[in-house]
Design a protein around this ligand. Structure first.
Ligand SMILES: [Zn+2]
Length: 256
């Protein structure tokens, strides 16, 4: 563990992160950006996957690359989010990891148990790909926030400035050692019962978060397609802005 745990700093911040941006999700990410902008959230952290599900490099889709560059120019942050976002080349599952690999995620926890040398190679490739497009990759977020114990130290050594888990933001630069504890709102949309349970949980969680200095809202590409989720996301965004939460990015939050 790096740093000490403290409460989130002032002023009140709203960090919306858009997960799993890749050529196949471009239209839905663009719709999320527009949805948020209509409500006054004009910056977010966009989590980009270099070769989503081994489907080829994002560099093959010029329109996607131009869209991402445009989002960065508009003030959104571009974050490296895994490399493949799947477990096709991962170690065999063990009883101790099967909950995370099969139930919590749908075999997407790429960095959960990856040997650190393999992790380093994927991080280097991802960062080189970002650099080729002029995208700053200051932060790294593991798929489903699941990472091997040594990964934060490796990220720090490689010069990433922060990573996040579901329940915390971990700065990695020397001198920036204050871990922010804050549970992200997040939806599981794979089945109707999961969507319903997510909304019940997020309503409860938001009731607690709105009394703190930080609300994190993590969205996945399909979330807005479900009216139940769309309605609640709309309510949370509007209520947060009304209560004085300022939209920012993870990078902006860590840098201050
Ligand atoms: Zn993801």
């Amino acid at each position: 563990m790096i740093g000490n745990v403290t409460a989130a700093p002032n002023p009140k911040s709203l960090i919306v992160s858009l997960h799993d941006a890749h050529p196949g999700s471009r239209a839905r990410i663009a719709e999320q950006i527009a949805f948020l902008a209509e409500r006054g959230v004009t910056r977010s952290s966009i989590l980009v996957v270099p070769e989503f599900h081994h489907g080829g490099s994002l560099l093959q889709d010029k329109a996607f690359c131009e869209a991402v560059s445009g989002w960065q120019e508009q003030g959104h942050e571009i974050v490296l989010h895994g490399y493949y976002h799947d477990r096709r080349e991962s170690p065999p599952e063990r009883l101790s990891t099967v909950f995370w690999t099969r139930l919590y995620t749908n075999r997407e926890a790429e960095f959960l148990d990856l040997p650190l040398e393999t992790a380093r190679l994927r991080l280097e490739r991802g960062r080189a790909l970002f650099a080729s497009q002029g995208w700053r990759a200051r932060g790294f977020v593991a798929p489903a926030w699941l990472m091997a114990g040594g990964l934060p130290n490796l990220l720090a050594e490689m010069g990433f400035t922060y990573t996040t888990r579901l329940g915390e933001i971990i700065p990695l630069l020397p001198g920036l050692n204050r871990v922010t504890t804050s549970q992200s709102l997040c939806y599981s949309s794979r089945a109707a019962w999961r969507r319903f349970a997510s909304c019940v949980w997020n309503k409860y969680l938001y009731g607690r978060l709105r009394e703190t200095d930080l609300v994190r809202l993590s969205l996945h590409p399909c979330d807005l397609e479900f009216p139940l989720l769309r309605r609640q996301i709309d309510q949370i965004v509007r209520a947060s802005l009304k209560r004085g939460f300022q939209p920012t990015t993870y990078d902006g939050h860590v840098a201050r």
